[in-house]
Write a protein of this length. Structure first.
Length: 347
């Protein structure tokens, strides 16, 4: 029977690649017929390509499908693209949602690879391309700054604890102060490098300028959001964006007896979630629309933190909207309306 499509599903881990290969036949049935595990190394990538050639029809294009799993998939994706392979990188929430539709009782790396392969066979997916070099560098710098600030917070807590003791150690206090001073200088240096990088590309500088017209959103927030989403390359609508950030709401409810507490999934990009926290608080202070949204939600359920998360989600969606519209934020425009239909944007 003729093969219409071929896909290699790859479950990427730090040290290994669990692979499953399948095909879509002309009667529209799918068949998974081979699987193997390869090391997540350059030699493993070469072995994967050679194995795929031996187990596939050379007359039909093969798609290598994988999840966007942090940083572990990047070297593989780069290597496959450099060898002229057809690569697809899918947002993790898409695969997890698809997995739930399958009748799979056992969840492990092999079943995950099979699910990814089936997803590739059943969906029309866009090819992945190398991320914009400037945005990739920007993401590295934003993450570096975040990590330095985390270390500085730990050092400040240690200094406070030491100084609060009955008999603090002068040498320890001195070293901690020197460490904090060094970290402060590092934060300044990284921030300068971020500013220079943004100004080096006119399109990026313009995008940051537009996004920062939103109340509460500064240069670092705009840079983090654009870098972590690669300029919203894989994002098609607001729902995808909030799910990618892990700000989507999960709720378990069945009949009248099962009514679980609604929470955000947190199954997404933690850097995006973290980047939205302080801007949301600033937006509550400076923008009447966000303030009224916050008040309305608190009056509804009485949980302030839950209302703040809702503001974070709306603020992230607003950044997406402003970026796509390519127009500065207008205070008198109703961005938060669910009924609003914007040109070129799927709500």
């Amino acid at each position: 029977m003729k093969t219409l499509k071929q896909a290699v599903g790859i479950d990427v881990a730090q040290k290994e690649l669990v692979v499953s290969i399948g095909r879509l036949l002309e009667n529209l049935s799918t068949e998974l017929y081979a699987s193997k595990v390869f090391p997540n190394t350059k030699k493993g990538y070469h072995a994967l390509i050679e194995w795929t050639k031996k187990n596939s029809d050379s007359s039909v294009t093969v798609q290598f499908v994988m999840e966007a799993t942090g940083i572990y998939h990047e070297a593989l994706a780069y290597s496959l693209v450099d060898r002229s392979c057809c690569v697809v990188v899918v947002l993790p929430n898409k695969i997890s949602n698809y997995f739930r539709t399958l009748k799979v009782k056992t969840i492990n790396d092999h079943t995950a690879a099979e699910a990814i392969a089936r997803f590739g066979l059943e969906r029309k997916l866009e090819d992945w391309h190398r991320p914009d070099p400037t945005l990739k560098k920007l993401k590295q710098l934003c993450r570096e700054r975040d990590q330095i600030i985390q270390v500085r917070t730990i050092a400040k807590n240690q200094l406070h604890a030491e100084q609060t003791e009955a008999e603090p150690s002068p040498s320890t206090v001195k070293r901690l102060k020197q460490h904090i001073l060094f970290l402060n200088k590092q934060v300044v240096l990284v921030k300068k490098e971020i500013d220079v990088l943004i100004k080096s590309k006119e399109e990026l500088a313009h995008a940051v300028k537009l996004v920062t017209t939103i109340p509460g959103v500064g240069v670092l927030t705009a840079a983090t959001v654009l870098a972590e989403t690669n300029g919203f390359e894989l994002i098609r609508n607001k729902k995808q964006l909030t799910s990618y950030a892990g700000l989507d709401v999960r709720e378990k409810q069945s009949g009248t007896s099962v009514r679980g507490k609604a929470t955000i999934s947190k199954r997404g990009n933690r850097y995006l979630r973290k980047a939205m926290h302080l801007p949301a608080l600033a937006a509550l202070r400076d923008d009447p629309k966000f303030k009224s949204l916050f008040i309305r939600l608190v009056e509804k359920h009485g949980i302030k933190m839950k209302a703040v998360v809702a503001v974070q989600r709306k603020l992230l969606e607003l950044i997406f909207t402003i970026y796509k519209r390519k127009e500065p934020y207008q205070a008198n425009f109703e961005y938060l309306s669910k009924k609003e239909k914007q040109p070129g944007i799927n709500t």
